[in-house]
Design a binder for this molecule. Sequence first.
Ligand code: PRX
Length: 651
Amino acid sequence: MTNRDSRLSNLLHETRQFSPSESFRENANVRDESIYESARQDPEGYWSEQAQNLSWFAPYENVLKWQSPHAEWFSGGKLNAAYNCVDRHRQGPRKNKAAIIWEGEPGDSRVYTYDMLGREVDRAAHMLQDLGVRRGDRVTIYLPMIPELPISLLACAKIGAIHSVVFGGFSSKALRQRIVDADAKVLITADAGWRRGALIALKANADEAVVDTPTETVVVVRRVGAQAGVSMQAGRDVYWHELLVKTPGAPFPAAEMDAEDILFLLYTSGTTGNPKGIVHTTGGYLTVANTSMRTVFDMKDDDIFFCTADIGWVTGHTYIVYGPLSAGATVVMYEGSPDFPGRDRFWDMVEKYGVTILYTAPTSIRTFMKWGAQYPQMHDLRTLRLLGTVGEPINPEAWMWYHEHIGHGRCPIVDTWWQTETGAAIIAPLPGLTVAKPGSATRPVPGIDADVVDEHGQSVAPGHGGYLVIRKPWPSMLRTIWGDDERFRRTYFGQFEGMYVAGDGAHKDADGYVWILGRIDDVINVSGHRIGTMEVESALVSHRAVAEAAVIGRSHDIKGQAITAFVTVKEGIETGDALIAELKQHVTDSIGAMARPEEIIFTAELPKTRSAKIMRRLLRDIAEGRVLGDTTTLADPSVVEALKTQYKESE
Ligand code: PRX
């Protein structure tokens, strides 16, 4: 039995159902079930109607041009994402409404109204322009969760430059790889960031990363100050605040971008090779991000929306920046760790700011469960009215705990399935309509034609499982992989003609609900972060002691999956705890702490088929202590026995 099988057998016993309360239903933005059918009959009409919620400088000529696998949505239409997220709100009643309520880990906080945010974005746009950034140029952003991060994104968007955010937890090597791939001329970073009271040396990583890359200028935000002890390289490094005082402070005119101009790149892991630069364009991405705020998150003007993700991942792009701000919401943004200084930090913020919608990840919910209900109980959470989860399959127990201890049985939960590639949440409940089942992302949202199909691409009957696919193009789909269109075709459209393959396994129940079972490729989902097994393997074999490595994900109570690495060493190398520690550190240095293997098992040989393919399924079985499946294709069955014994010994 695999991870997915065991999840499935648990889920098949799940029969609880939860309907929204009468009062939630009555006040919901979407109350009429017919939205699904009308969008199904005319998806282009539906999306075109949704696109009208954005401000366009010039109307589009076509809603969709589809030449599989390439889609163009709203092409010919002109708009600017930053204008939509900030400037248009400055001109109306939201001018002095809080756009971003930011809280730093040490307890400092800042509030930006839409008007203030607009001024900051314009100043940053002038600054980037003065540094030579032009429309279409790439800017890499490597910042902690401070206001300068969304301001940088929006400043790029205002100019029409393409941003590529690299999560602050990535190592200098990973940062460098992404800078080089994107050919970025400017890097924006900070002296350091705060995490659990300690410093994260972002500038030091950036210094290593930019050597011999196209990056000519490094802009440094001073977050920490003298304590960070950074050194500035003359001619290359400049402080953000020193540049800003030189900018004119005049409005920056929003670049009129075509709907199909690229808004951003965001790198994510795949089955093979280097991370993929996922390409999102302006009009379609913003349309779905904006729509989901109204439909999935039921956003009203007086909501306070707290998404706990980092802007380094797609969830933060879409649900801290582009979705909520384009909808004129107030977002809460937090810099640090949920247990600093106490384990009630999130609940303290919910109470303090009167958060009404909370969006977090199953791995966090499981951590909160482990810590205990006494922490949320310390605070008044009555302002909450809707809860969301994202990033990995949620187990029904975690769903129930969230429902009871955070939502107090009152708040609908939206379990939102989506990916970096899909741009926004596309399989999710509409909270005023959908009867939720704990553990299911329920149904595709209106306008999305997702399905579960068998190996021939045929829709499976209810009660069966298969591949999760999306049959028709949707506005916020990735357009390509930066610099590698062939890989884009192969990865997402290579299996079934004209259909997008998500890489997840899923089950469809009798009501047509989708139950996501997890990745079916060599991608591991650790605490909601995608990590390619190949990336970790390449990091390991780049160490002088390692001959060969095989990496698998095994189930983990809190993280969902944890990384186990099986390693063979070169002749004459001594194995032991010291080498394990060294290898773990080596992976941290190569990729980042999130890719650090939970365990490393040394083995004389790896189990391989007769055609020399590593049998990962067997390794997973060993790591999860299961009875081993079929080993008849194995070249040398004794390898498995040896491994089993060794794995037990290492526990
Ligand atoms: O396996 C699915 C899982 O996360 C993957 C996408 O990862 P990423 O591109 O990093 O984006 C994460 C945040 C949108 C998917 O292929 N996943 C995401 N949301 C869910 C999920 N699995 C089950 N249920 C979800 N709600």
